[in-house]
Design a protein around this ligand. Structure first.
Ligand code: NAD
Length: 253
């Protein structure tokens, strides 16, 4: 079973985007249990308030309303976090949306742009905002939550699949750019987890994705948090620009 305090984050400041619920909330809980101070950046104010109450972390937790598709929002969130906690050591780029379920030939143009703006450009914005400080201090850990869809491409989810594939390429580029520093940039490719994002999909899509998982079940959010905790720990001092698989056997690369 998952040992919540296995990694020591006691001197670390972490940002978890989309941490108001789902995988991000499990990550925030895990990092707080390891002693980190955590800033949640999310655009859902009521869920963020609920998360803050549930986490009960007091001065160790900052919540910040932020739409990561907007550079100004992200820059302001980074400044507010640094003002409160002094610096940002860890960035977990987790926020995302699925977008509508539709084939490419009839995919809504505005929806395509929104998915790319949030799921890909938003990750770029967050990296751009925190990397200069990480370079200045020669320390950083970045985990970008992609998806198995970014490796495989799911039908009727081209915008999401393309954005998540973009996150994998962004991770590889940034990992190489920063490899001379004690900064690790890695991506995670989970298979389906039972969170609110699945409500954006059709039952047929969920059944299709789950049917491709050899483990035959949803990945638990705690299992995702466990892998991310290692990815952003001091112990992950060598692997960078890589993809950590969390697909229950679906992808073997
Ligand atoms: N649940 C799955 O099946 C699954 C599988 C693979 C990958 N993922 C990825 O995991 C990540 C977390 O998803 P989840 O399953 O916990 O979903 P979720 O819907 O429970 O949580 C996503 C969070 O992101 C926030 N968010 C959305 N748009 C935002 C924006 N523009 N700016 C800031 N915050 C925003 C939402 O408010 C929400 O709190 C996503 O990147 C998702 O694509 C999920």
């Amino acid at each position: 079973m998952v040992n919540e305090a296995r990694h020591d984050f006691s001197d670390r400041v972490a940002v978890v985007t989309g941490g108001a619920q789902g995988i991000g909330l499990a990550v925030a809980k895990r990092l707080l249990a390891g002693g980190a101070r955590v800033a949640i950046w999310d655009m859902d104010a009521p869920e963020m308030a609920r998360a803050a109450a549930a986490l009960g972390a007091g001065e160790h937790l900052l919540t910040r309303l932020c739409d990561q598709s907007t550079w100004d929002d992200v820059q302001a969130a980074a400044m507010a976090t640094e003002a409160a906690f002094g610096r940002i050591d860890i960035l977990v780029n987790n926020a995302g949306i699925a977008g509508p379920a539709a084939p490419v030939a009839s995919y809504d143009l505005a929806a395509w742009r929104q998915v790319i703006d949030i799921d890909l450009t938003g990750v770029f914005h967050c990296c751009r905002a925190v990397v200069p400080g990480m370079i200045a201090r020669n320390f950083g850990r970045i985990a970008n939550v992609s998806s198995v869809a970014g490796k495989e491409g799911n039908p009727n989810a081209a915008a999401y699949s393309a954005a998540k594939a973009g996150v994998l390429a962004l991770t590889k580029s940034l990992g190489k750019e920063l490899a001379g520093y004690d900064i690790a940039v890695n991506a995670l490719t989970p298979s389906p987890a039972k969170t609110r994002i699945l409500e954006q999909l059709t039952p047929e899509q969920v059944a299709y994705m789950l049917g491709k998982v050899p483990r035959g079940r949803f990945v638990a959010v705690e299992e995702a948090a466990s892998m991310i905790a290692f990815m952003v720990s001091d112990e992950n001092s060598f692997t960078t620009g890589a993809t950590f698989d969390l697909s229950g056997g679906r992808t073997t690369y």
